[in-house]
Ligand binder design. Structure first.
Ligand code: F6P
Length: 341
């Protein structure tokens, strides 16, 4: 078979491990030919390809980013975009496509599958907010980076008797903030699912100062104070309509400083959370997803996404996979709240 593969949306540690697994299993077990498309859907629209043989994927397992490149190109936002995608795939004789991405990339895949494209999706996002899978690869790496940052910030914060506000990624879901905040012993964790009361946050910080230590506040970039809008870095939107977030950490640091009368600084972890080598957990999960995608293609499955349920890899319909985001439930947030203040 000729299998196409692309990586779309924000990059994520583990993408190269998926590519490697698809190529290795496809070639070794089925004699497949694997064609990579450059920069997500853009490469399919423009017919820009890279041949992927075993030599091309040597050494990829621990490498961060994606050797195929990525973009947030949305064929459905372009005149004749979906037709161009289907034409390219037809012209190149691609029998099945493996798009690796989050809700946006897989949303496009789902619509193309409905239009007749043979397609098996692989979930990817450091935000871990795809409902149909227990975990996405990249999340464990991002949490590791954020936790290490929090560990380091405790010692400098305590030395200077100041509040440190750590802004982490998480547009709609606060999984990174929740896990890193719990692992790092944060004074407060603020997530998009739960608009926060600024007075309560300041009170927790004051309590931490009173106990002789300095507060660490972990805030998702998509978190909002009660009654206030999202804090955005610019007014720009991407092809899927998302605004660029950023700035909540700085805004919060200013208010906490005012309320506690102690210096407060913000640290934005940003893309550091997405870059660099994946953790062993993410390498293994990404590899298993890649292997399962090849199995699904050869079983004749289409319009499905591979997913982790417990310790098993299963297939779920793409339509179900993108239907809703996995948000932090009240009871998980309550576990973190026990340690606030
Ligand atoms: O979707 C993953 C994500 O990391 C979000 O948490 C974040 O809002 C977004 O990507 C940032 O992406 P960009 O690289 O386009 O700034």
């Amino acid at each position: 078979m000729r299998i196409g593969i692309l990586t779309g949306g924000g990059d994520c540690p583990g993408l190269n491990a998926v590519i490697r697994a698809v190529v290795r299993k496809g070639i070794a077990e089925h004699g497949d030919e694997v064609i990579g498309f450059r920069d997500g859907w853009r490469g399919v629209l423009d017919g820009e390809t890279v041949p992927l043989d075993v030599a091309a994927v040597r050494g990829l397992l621990p490498r961060g980013g994606t050797v195929l490149g990525t973009s947030r190109t949305n064929p459905y936002a372009l005149d004749g975009g979906p037709e161009r995608v289907l034409d390219t795939l037809d012209r190149l004789g691609i029998d099945a496509l493996v798009p690796v991405g989050g809700e946006d990339t897989l949303g496009v895949a789902s619509r193309l599958a409905a239009a007749g494209l043979r397609c098996v999706g692989v979930p990817k996002t450091i935000d871990n907010d795809l409902d149909a899978t227990d975990y996405t690869f990249g999340f464990d790496t991002a949490v590791g980076v954020a936790t290490e940052a929090i560990d380091r910030l405790h010692t400098t914060g305590d030395s200077h008797h100041r509040t440190l506000v750590v802004e982490v990624m998480g547009r709609h879901a606060g999984w990174i903030a929740l896990h890193a905040g719990m692992a790092g012993g944060a004074t407060v964790v603020l997530v998009p699912e739960r608009p926060f009361d600024v007075d309560a946050v300041a009170a927790h910080c004051q309590h931490r100062f009173d106990s002789g230590f300095s507060p660490i506040v972990v805030v998702s970039e998509g978190a909002t104070p009660l009654g206030a809008p999202l804090t955005t870095a610019t007014g720009q939107r991407d092809a899927f309509g998302h605004v660029r977030l950023g700035g909540i950490g700085e805004a919060l640091a200013r208010v906490i400083e005012e309320r506690t009368g102690r210096e407060s600084r913000a640290v934005v972890l940003g893309h550091i959370q997405r870059g660099g080598t994946p953790t062993p957990f993410d390498r293994v999960l990404a590899t298993r997803f890649g292997l399962a995608a090849v199995d699904a293609v050869h079983d004749g499955a289409t319009g499905v996404m591979v997913a982790l349920r417990g310790t098993d890899i299963v297939r779920v319909p793409l339509t179900v996979a993108i239907a809703q985001l996995k948000l932090v439930p009240v009871e998980r947030y309550a576990e973190a709240e026990v340690f606030f203040g």
